[in-house]
Structure formats: C-alpha cells, structure tokens
Design a protein around this ligand. Structure first.
Ligand SMILES: Cc1cc2nc3c(=O)[nH]c(=O)nc-3n(C[C@H](O)[C@H](O)[C@H](O)COP(=O)(O)O)c2cc1C
Length: 217
C-alpha cells in the first residue's frame, strides 16, 4: 500500500474481533516501527507485546483500576486549554455519540472501559521510555508510534492508540513486570476490526489547513 493511502485511510478502531494476529506479522510491524528516526539514533523505544491470557489479565487489572480510581481519558493539559482545542474535544464527543447511542453506551463508559480492554483487540503493544532520558525523547516515541500505526495499516490490520493506560501506569508495570526505571508512554490496541460494530463507522475530522499553519514569507 502506498504511504499516502495509508495516511489517508488509517483511523482508530474501537471494537476488534478476538482473532489472533500471527507472530510473524507482529515481528514485521515492530521491525517497521523501529525504522523511525530518533535523535542520535538512540532508538529509545521499548516495546512490550502482550497477547493471549496475559492480555486478558492486563485488561482485567486496568478495568479494576478504572473502577476504583475513575480516571478518564483526558487531554492531560497543565493549563486551561484555548477554545480552539476544547471545541475539537467536544467535536470528537459529538461525532462518536450517534454510534454509541446506537450501541446503547454512554461516551465515558464506552471509551474508558473500552480503552482499558484495548477494545477487545487480541494484542496490546505497550511502549516505554527509560526514565534516564529527558522528556525530549518522547518525540522519538511519537515518531515510532506514527510509523507503527501506518505499518500496521499497510499490512491490513487496524489500531487504536491507548493513552489512558498511562493513568494506571503502576498497574501496567506490575502486571507486565516492567522495570521501575521505565516510563509507560503509550499503548496500542491492534487487530482485525469488527466491521459490524457501529462505532467503527466513526471517522474523526480534521480542522482546515490554515488552522494549523502560519506562513512567513
Ligand atoms: C497519544 C494518543 C493517546 C490516545 N489515547 C486514546 C485512548 O486512551 N482511548 C481512545 O479511545 N483513543 C485514544 N487515542 C485515539 C485518538 O482519540 C484518535 O487518534 C483521534 O481521535 C483521531 O482519530 P483517528 O485516530 O481515527 O484519526 C489516542 C491517540 C493518541 C495519539
């Protein structure tokens, strides 16, 4: 698949079939993700691939943590956001709502519990960064995440990045025996979509180009 087609077609999927992903595919995906550039070629991404009963165990623990602590998906801002950003968040909520109504779910329940369960995907990839690095190296993780999402799409599978798991980092590290000095940066749900599910018809919009770009000539 052409890279431009992959960029245009990829979108987040929020209901997966349980069908397993062959190990060779997972190895190919990670091999492509690590082709991403990184500062001084330090290649700081560390991937933990979780499948089968271990993935089910991780999801159970995350759901339990969510029920106890009730931390929801949020932008994680450190100052109030400008209207431009908050309105994009509202637009996301409003865009998904008709599909979730059709399924009989409220937004918060579906997105938070769904994220904890990696939306039923058979496979979760957890990406970590050694805490010896500065926050500047999160850029390298972001680049690798982008490569991974597009590589997955080109190989006929689909994804949803799952940032919510970072709110329950201690649980993730405990269940997966991730070392104390690693920071959990992002998770990815990965698998084959359940195309029968209404939520998988949702496609997020983007703002117009001039809302992103300032030209200086
Ligand atoms: C860093 C990051 C964290 C995200 N965390 C979550 C999450 O916890 N749960 C979820 O349902 N979607 C999550 N998403 C998916 C975004 O909501 C999604 O990418 C955005 O709405 C744009 O839609 P698209 O991926 O379909 O283009 C995350 C995306 C990114 C890049």
């Amino acid at each position: 698949m052409d890279v431009i087609d992959a960029i245009n077609e990829r979108r987040s999927i929020r209901r997966f079939k349980p069908d397993p992903v062959p190990r060779e595919k997972i190895e190919e995906i990670v091999s492509l993700a690590i082709r991403a550039p990184s500062a001084i070629n330090l290649q700081p991404c560390e991937f933990t691939v979780v499948i089968g009963e271990e993935k089910a165990r991780l999801s159970r623990r995350l759901l339990k943590a969510y029920k106890e602590r009730n931390i929801s998906c949020s932008p994680g801002n450190v100052k109030p956001l400008s209207k431009r950003f908050t309105s994009r968040g509202v637009e996301s909520f409003e865009g998904m709502k008709p599909y979730l109504d059709e399924m009989g779910y409220g937004f918060n329940q579906y997105i938070n519990e769904g994220s904890c369960n990696f939306y039923g995907a058979p496979l979760a990839i957890i990406i970590c960064l050694d805490n010896a690095f500065s926050k500047a190296r999160l850029v390298d993780i972001g680049a690798a995440l982008g490569y991974l999402l597009l590589a997955v799409h080109s190989l006929g599978l689909w994804t949803c990045p799952i940032g919510l798991i970072t709110a329950y980092e201690d649980d993730v590290k405990d269940v997966l025996s991730i070392a104390e000095n690693k920071e959990v940066v992002i998770g990815v749900a990965l698998g084959y979509p359940d195309w029968e599910s209404p939520i998988n018809r949702f496609a997020s919009p983007r703002d117009r180009l001039d809302a992103f770009v300032r030209w200086i000539e």
